[in-house]
Design a protein around this ligand. Structure first.
Ligand code: TRP
Length: 447
């Protein structure tokens, strides 16, 4: 009989969950959100969103997971048998599949850029990087091969299991990620003219804040903490019964925020010092940064480090996305881990191909003006994740009951005790805020 695993230590769990949280969201998405929303002012609102919405929600998901020791579908079924709440878990499993399919395409770009840096393709004039990036993603074949390599790496780690696969690799990869980030930061802040970038991150300009700043801050908080689709339910389901949860959750959001801010400090001083603009949007990582590296001493080396950082961050998040779907097949349908990971690895690879082809063969595709990858991203981040988050908060708040949840969450003497403040946030604040955000987001897309 299959024996369900547990994380072998508390630190192992914290690193795995931080590895899930820290990803493209921190290093690719967060800096350009900051760049587009007026720097420090955005940072300020984002921090409030992390504390008031992100923290209670991540704790809630981890508690549901640990209480049931099951995948999201099984977890909702076991707490509310006979009721349709398991559909929230099913929506999460579906979201995990969909997010990973395009996440891996971007992970593949990052892998390709490591390779391109090393073989010297990125040794061109600063103005040529947008063409270079366009040439890369509009090639119908090459990015799909890198996407396949990225999925193969992810699949092989998850196939090796919770402790021997995921925990063991995050214990190496997360410290590595941290070291690379410190090196990049040290390089950036010592460039001549770095001060302007530091000021951009530290001096809030509140005149830049609009209603969309709040939307961006809250959806960023959800995405970066891997919330709203049962990812933290799944990782939480492998927490040992003797470990505490609220403190671990605080460590996870602390590490995630630290890395996002450090990525900002590694990127903006360099961008400003070399006279680039911070608001390049999604292209900041693949166009502006390589251009920056091309102009600084030892740039090739730092460029290599940067894309290694991005790839490591993306990989440890991809493990968690795949694990959600794998755990569902193992728990609910008694598949073996090997069969589940390999089958899903192949299916998710295939599902990602249209996202990659959206820039070449399928470039005529458009949904409300979005390409394939952006459509998947919109469907998951603007619809499925907030909806999942909303329903999960309502589930704990009104179906399972915050009293029961608090009992599970306060086991083993946590330093942070859950109480009526947590209950209040889960029952009233979070549902209301997410509801407004969803409406505003949908309004914004279709208007
Ligand atoms: N949090 C990751 C990042 O910042 C991405 C991620 C992993 C994710 N698992 C998730 C996002 C689950 C939403 C839901 O890149």
């Amino acid at each position: 009989m299959y024996q369900r695993e547990n994380w072998a230590s508390r630190v192992g769990f914290i690193l795995a969950a931080a590895g899930s949280a820290i990803g493209l969201g921190n290093i690719w998405r967060f800096p350009y959100m900051v760049g587009e929303n007026g720097g420090a002012a955005f940072l300020f609102i984002y921090l409030i969103a992390i504390i008031l919405i992100g923290y209670p929600t991540i704790v809630n998901e981890m508690i549901i997971g640990r209480k049931t020791h099951l995948n999201p579908v099984g977890a909702f079924k076991s707490i509310a048998p006979g009721a349709p709440w398991w559909l929230v878990g099913a929506m999460g499993v579906f979201s995990g599949f969909l997010i990973l399919s395009y996440y891996s395409v971007v992970g593949g770009w990052s892998l390709a850029y490591i390779y391109k840096t090393v073989i010297g393709v990125l040794n061109v004039g600063a103005s040529e990087f947008d063409t270079l990036f366009a040439n890369h993603i509009t090639n119908p074949i090459e990015p799909i091969i890198w996407h396949g390599i990225f999925m193969a790496l992810t699949t092989s780690i998850v196939a090796a299991g919770i402790v021997k696969g995921i925990q063991r690799s995050v214990q190496v990869l997360m410290p590595l990620l941290f070291i690379i980030l410190v090196l990049l930061m040290a390089r950036a802040v010592t460039l001549q003219g770095a001060g302007e970038g530091l000021a951009f991150l530290l001096k809030p300009d509140f005149s830049e804040i609009t209603s969309s700043t709040f939307l961006d801050a809250i959806s960023q908080a959800f995405f970066t903490l891997s919330l709203g689709m049962g990812c933290m339910i799944t990782y939480g389901s492998y927490i040992r019964d003797k470990d505490e949860i609220p403190g671990s959750a605080a460590s996870v959001i602390g590490l995630d925020t630290l890395v996002a801010v450090m990525a900002g400090f590694a990127i903006f001083p360099a961008v400003f010092a070399l006279g680039f603009t911070p608001n390049a949007g999604p292209g900041l990582t693949f166009i502006t940064l390589p251009a920056v590296f091309s102009k600084i001493p030892l740039g090739i080396f730092f460029g290599f480090l940067f894309f290694a950082l991005l790839t490591v961050a993306a990989l440890t998040s991809a493990f968690s996305l795949l694990e959600v779907v794998v755990a569902w097949l193992i728990d609910e349908y008694k598949w073996s881990r090997t069969k589940a990971t390999i089958t899903l690895g192949i299916l998710i690879f295939l599902a990602g191909i249209p996202s990659s082809l959206g820039y070449s063969t399928l470039s005529s595709f458009s949904f409300l003006g979005m390409d394939v990858l952006d459509t998947y991203d919109w469907l998951t981040n603007s619809i499925l994740l907030p909806f999942g988050g909303l329903l999960t908060a309502i589930f704990t708040g009104y179906i399972w009951g915050t009293k029961n949840a608090i009992k599970e969450g306060n086991k083993n003497n946590p330093k942070i005790l859950l109480g009526s403040w947590w209950s209040f946030l889960i029952r009233y604040v979070i549902p209301a805020v997410i509801f407004i955000i969803m409406l505003a987001g949908i309004w914004d897309t279709f208007k």
